[in-house]
Design a protein around this ligand. Structure first.
Ligand code: 4NP
Length: 155
């Protein structure tokens, strides 16, 4: 079975997409499928290039047994559309940025991360950056549900 290459995408690459990468990796590992995936994350913006994830997200993930502290932020580039099979946008704004950046032949690789989990009743993972710790817990809940749904579709 070929390996799926997944890129999780948000705005800053310090909150949502690092958590999504960590949680998806955890969900896949628990299902015994870690080796079926190559995972990375990127931001559409450049402000936080080289920075570790937001400490609030690191702590919230660690409380669920998931270590995202080693990730470093980077900005997405058009090359990512050839390097990855699927680019998973956290919200509609990220999705719009991906559509603008996508080479025409790879435009179909970008989708909303939560598109596989319609039962959630939300289509976007909200940006927790300017809020409190609750927002990071909500992100973890959403990306866990999204990860389970995505894994079920790809497995
Ligand atoms: P993220 O959150 O897109 O989930 O990483 C953000 C982090 C930083 C900023 C915006 C969103 N910022 O404007 O610096």
């Amino acid at each position: 079975m070929a390996q799926h290459r997944l890129l999780f995408v948000c705005l800053g690459n310090i909150c949502r997409s690092p958590m999504a990468q960590g949680v998806f990796g955890d969900v896949a590992a628990r299902a015994g499928m870690a080796d079926r995936f190559f995972l990375d994350s990127a931001g559409t913006g450049s402000w936080h290039i080289g920075n570790p994830p937001d400490p609030r997200g690191v702590a919230a993930a660690a409380a669920r047994g998931i270590d995202i502290s080693g990730q470093r932020a980077r900005q997405i580039s058009a090359r990512d559309f050839s390097d990855f099979d699927l680019l998973l946008a956290m919200d509609a704004e990220n999705m719009s940025s991906l559509r603008t950046l996508a080479p025409e032949q790879h435009a179909g690789k970008a989708r909303l991360f939560l598109a596989d989990a319609p039962e959630l009743g939300v289509t976007e993972v909200p940006d927790p950056y300017y809020g409190g710790n609750d927002g990071f817990e909500e992100v973890l809940d959403l990306v866990e549900a999204g990860s389970r749904a995505l894994l079920a579709r790809l497995a």
